[in-house]
Write a protein that binds this ligand. Structure first.
Ligand SMILES: [Zn+2]
Length: 207
């Protein structure tokens, strides 16, 4: 099973991707996490990515493409994968199609007001970067469960910044939806519901 999940920030896409990966015994490949992992492990890809990111530059498609291809062709991904944060543009989608065309594209739709409401509630641990929000709440308000660090409201999680990111998200995603549409593999799911209801609908569709 080869899946792509898309959705704006605050759509709960990461949570659904995790649940689907467990349910189907496939690997959850989050592009952002994979970059962080390469950087932490100081791989060749990590070195290139770190240098570009530190200089405020975008990682070129060919680097991202290679990283994703290597990951989804590893042995533990034999049963399939769910991609989260990739592909981000038409070039990447075409690249993926060469050897690993997706079976389904799950699109989690949430109204902008819901995205904003969810993200503005988000708090991040100032020590370990653990994320808390509506689904995962800290046991003690304002304190990280894992390390006891102080939870902070990042500037990135304030409404103006979120609106800019949502605009960018649509610029990037709308052409991808058009790209996959003729194959009849795009499933638009109402993401403005609780986690279980969304999960249930997706698994019913995918079987
Ligand atoms: Zn922490």
């Amino acid at each position: 099973m080869k899946l792509i999940i898309m959705g704006p920030q605050g759509s709960g896409k990461g949570t659904q991707a995790q649940l689907l990966a467990e349910h189907y015994g496939i690997v959850h490949v989050a592009a952002g996490d994979l970059f962080r992992q390469h950087i932490a492990e100081k791989t060749a890809i990590g070195a290139i990515a770190a240098k570009l990111i530190n200089n405020g530059k975008m990682v070129p498609d060919k680097v991202t493409d290679r990283m994703i291809k290597e990951r989804i062709e590893e042995e533990d991904a034999d049963e399939g994968w769910i991609l989260d944060g990739y592909p981000r543009n038409l070039h990447q989608a075409e690249y993926l199609d060469q050897d690993n065309p997706p079976d389904a594209v799950i699109m989690l739709d949430v109204p902008e007001s819901v995205s904003i409401a969810r993200i503005t509630k988000r708090r991040v641990c100032s020590k370990c970067q653990g994320v808390y929000g509506i689904v995962v709440q800290p046991k003690k308000p304002g304190i990280c469960d894992k390390c006891g660090g102080k939870l902070v409201h990042r500037d990135d999680d304030k409404p103006e910044a979120i609106k800019r990111r949502l605009e960018y998200y649509h610029e990037e995603t709308d052409p991808l939806i058009e790209y996959y549409k003729p194959r009849d593999i795009v499933y638009r799911i109402n993401g403005d519901r609780d986690v279980d209801a969304i999960f249930e609908e997706i698994t019913r569709i995918l079987g």
